[in-house]
Design a protein around this ligand. Structure first.
Ligand SMILES: Nc1ncnc2c1ncn2[C@@H]1O[C@H](COP(=O)(O)OP(=O)(O)OP(=O)(O)O)[C@@H](O)[C@H]1O
Ligand SMILES: [Mg+2]
Length: 452
């Protein structure tokens, strides 16, 4: 039986206590309410998975309360308790969404069984939901080389802590999201949700209600209660991707949630406690962002309790060939080819290429090469960007030419050099002419920026 937050609503205090004790012994967290009013305030403040609800309450009719609970959150499981010998009200309750009912007097074993069954069904349902959402089976960190083994060891250490925040740093395409998945999947939170938030992608106007949710009636369009991402991540992990693009105005709000592990729905009057691990990822240097005053220092220090640095692919040459072979195999399977290897000349180029798009670029390059190749060995001709020494991916993909307001001059310069080089097929003289700098300056800049 999985652990759950259970609310017992029972006006007979002795019975309530006994039920609570039994359920606590099974590993659940139990709150007790003697009245319907009290039950509603608990539901307001805490995230409850299951309610044990007496039909006969002093203030509100149990059936009415059931209705309110289901309106609030249809996912909450409700088991009715009834003293009446007439099962009709109980049957009615089940029609209205109660999971089951218990007739007083009942054995405590019967209670345990009922609750366990309800929670199991609930878990199963969630699992099915999660499984169907899984993107690819291949989202696993691959590699047995020293750098990857060290990375995995570090992930294991982090994953074994209950809720230490993690900051993952690495250039675009190095595998930050894979690492975040691994931290979650190797932790005790693995059966709970991993909620991913791309901080740059949600428009600011929506961000608050996306994150915090809102109460029914909080504003004109708020017809029903909406749970925010923080609430959905309860007991699991929140992955804040591209943390550096989070608006300055949102940052203190995040910091507060991370520090207090609680938040308020929009229009809500009380704080809701949550238990989440925060993983953040960035491909920018956050210290630079602090200097440029687009990132708060206090948030930075709160996040960087544990830092995982993923080196760029060019700095871990040992990974290039094994990863390339992995991607060849996967693509072979997918499109029914039987490519066995890579020509020595191509391997040589691959090892010396700078891979500005890192593993993602390698993956894409190999995918295209496998499609183009009709022999059983990949040749340089199948990897045009390596043959010509210029990453065609970079200008279109990794370095969008539209500069952001908060891009540094350096970043823009790098993007621009990339773009012009790409347009001129890597021809340095022509590129230098267009940029109105000398060839040697261009060479120098390319070296500094790691442009092949
Ligand atoms: N060690 C690895 N084994 C297998 N695949 C990998 C590995 N590292 C990265 N990849 C693959 O490379 C691609 C990019 O990885 P990911 O999306 O995690 O990078 P990222 O650092 O989050 O990039 P970005 O900064 O652009 O968001 C993915 O398709 C991922 O599956
Ligand atoms: Mg990513």
């Amino acid at each position: 039986m999985s652990k759950a937050n259970i609310l017992v609503v029972e006006d007979n205090e002795d019975l309530g206590q006994t039920l609570g004790d039994v359920l606590r012994k099974e590993g659940n967290k139990v709150s007790l309410a003697l009245t319907g009013e009290h039950a509603l305030t608990v539901l307001e403040k805490e995230i409850i998975n299951l309610v044990l609800l007496d039909i006969n309450l002093p203030d509100i009719n149990g059936i009415e309360l059931l209705q309110q609970i289901k309106e609030k959150d249809p996912d909450i499981l409700v088991i009715m308790i009834t003293a009446l010998t007439d099962p009709k009200p109980a049957v009615n309750a089940m029609k209205m969404g109660a999971y089951d009912y218990l007739m007083k007097p009942f054995e405590l074993d019967e209670l345990k069984l009922n609750v366990a069954k309800a929670l199991e069904t609930h878990d199963l349902k969630r699992e099915v939901k999660l499984k169907s959402k899984e993107e690819y089976p291949d989202n696993e960190l691959f590699g047995e080389t020293k750098p990857i083994r060290e990375l995995k060891k570090l992930i294991q250490i982090v994953a074994s802590t209950p809720k230490t925040s993690v900051l993952i740093q690495g250039e675009s395409g190095t595998g930050k999201e894979l690492v975040a998945n691994a931290v979650h999947n190797w932790s005790r939170r693995r059966d709970k949700p991993l909620v991913k938030i791309n901080c740059g992608a949600i428009p600011e106007s929506l961000l608050e209600s996306e994150l915090f949710g809102h109460e029914k009636g909080a504003f004109t369009d708020a017809k029903i209660l909406k749970k925010g991402l923080f609430e959905m991540a309860n007991n699991g992990t929140i992955f804040l991707d591209e943390i550096s693009s989070m608006q300055m105005s949102m940052q203190p709000k995040f910091l507060r949630v991370i520090e207090t592990q609680s938040f308020r729905r929009i229009g809500g009057t009380s704080n809701i406690q949550i238990d989440v691990r925060i993983i953040a990822a960035t491909n920018r240097n956050l210290e630079d962002c602090i200097e440029r005053q687009i990132f708060r220092e206090d948030l930075y220090y709160r996040l960087k309790v544990m830092v995982i640095d993923i080196p760029p692919l060019r700095d871990r040459q040992a990974d290039i060939m094994p990863l390339a072979m992995l991607f060849i195999e996967r693509n072979n399977k997918e499109i029914g080819k039987e490519i066995k290897g890579i020509s020595p000349e191509t391997q040589e180029r691959m090892l010396n290429y700078k891979w500005p798009g890192n593993v993602r670029e390698l993956k894409n390059v190999i995918e295209r090469a496998v499609i183009l190749c009709s022999e059983d060995t990949l040749l340089l001709d199948h990897l045009p960007e390596l043959r010509d020494g210029v990453s065609k991916l970079a200008p279109s993909n990794e370095f969008p030419s539209l500069a952001n307001d908060d891009d540094s001059l350096e970043a823009m310069e790098k993007q621009h050099i990339f773009k012009v080089l790409g347009k001129n097929n890597g021809n340095k003289s022509q590129t230098a002419r267009i940029l109105e700098i000398s060839r040697s300056t261009l060479r120098e800049k390319m070296k500094n920026y790691g442009i092949a």
